[in-house]
Design a protein around this ligand. Structure first.
Ligand code: ADP
Ligand code: MG
Length: 244
């Protein structure tokens, strides 16, 4: 398809559990190197939206396109491992029996041994954990494990990165640095990012676009400054003010 197609496009995605629609006609377009932040109260359907895009949950209707190519509708479905989508969830655990290097290298299928090792070293350098390269997850703090998980998600250079509150396990001192570094790497790789966060400040800092979600629907979407200065309704105002 054309190269000017959005890197990720979802169209009219619906997903119901027990007859209740938790994702209700959600459409989004994210270009290469762009970050869209999905904001909204707990239970509004953010994680389910990400799970549908990742392919670990099946939508009831709607389509998903990557670079203009249909990867999923109700008749046709590319399996999760072939979607070139990276996942970074808050509780995304490392493999306890694998070294830090092997965890980071887990999704690296291509290249020779030396090339893979160089990529692992580069990524661990960037998350400031190269000294732990031959260590094991249980030797690391929670925040350090989180940074290894980030390196692991970034390693195969996914076209799309889905992040569900990936920074909330980090202490404040580390958070800004890791957040900025992650963003730099993703932008360099031209990755389209869909980031769920409950922190408006994080969204203002990272997003090219903000999408506000409520009861399964996207109720407002736009540049962070516009959403912040012209919130559509009282719930949007409350959302931004709650954080402070
Ligand atoms: P958020 O991430 O915005 O907090 P979720 O997408 O996790 O919201 O959940 C949206 C709604 O769907 C919630 O009411 C949740 O309980 C429900 N839900 C999510 N996954 C399932 C499931 N597998 N089975 C039944 N209900 C689910
Ligand atoms: Mg969630």
């Amino acid at each position: 398809m054309t190269t000017d197609a959005p890197r990720l496009e979802i169209k009219d995605i619906c997903c119901a559990f027990d007859g209740r629609r938790v994702v209700d006609n959600v459409s989004l377009r994210i270009n290469r190197g762009q970050v869209t932040c999905l904001l909204g109260p707990s239970g509004c359907g953010k994680s389910t939206t990400l799970r549908v895009i990742a392919g670990v949950e099946m939508q009831d209707s709607g389509e998903i396109y990557v670079d203009g190519k249909l990867i999923c509708d109700t008749a046709h479905r590319v399996p999760p491992e072939r979607r070139e989508i990276g996942l970074m969830f808050q509780d995304f655990a490392l493999f306890p029996h694998l070294s830090v290097a092997d965890n980071v290298g887990f999704g690296l299928k291509t290249g020779g041994k030396a090339e893979r090792r160089a990529r692992i070293e580069e990524l661990l350098e960037r998350v400031d954990l190269k000294r732990f390269i031959d260590g094991f997850p249980h030797q690391l703090s929670g925040g350090e494990q989180q940074r290894v998980a980030l390196a692991r998600a970034l390693a195969p250079k996914p076209k799309i990165m889905l992040m569900d509150e990936p920074f909330s396990g980090l202490d404040n001192r580390l958070r800004d640095g890791i957040r900025d570094e992650t963003l730099t790497i993703l932008k360099e790789q031209d990755t389209a990012v869909l980031l769920v966060t409950h922190e408006p400040e994080e969204a203002m800092r990272m997003a090219d676009e903000i999408a506000l979600m409520r009861d399964g629907r996207i109720v407002q979407q736009g540049a962070p400054y516009n959403v912040y200065t012209r919130p559509m309704d009282r719930a949007a105002v409350a959302f931004f003010s709650d954080a402070n």
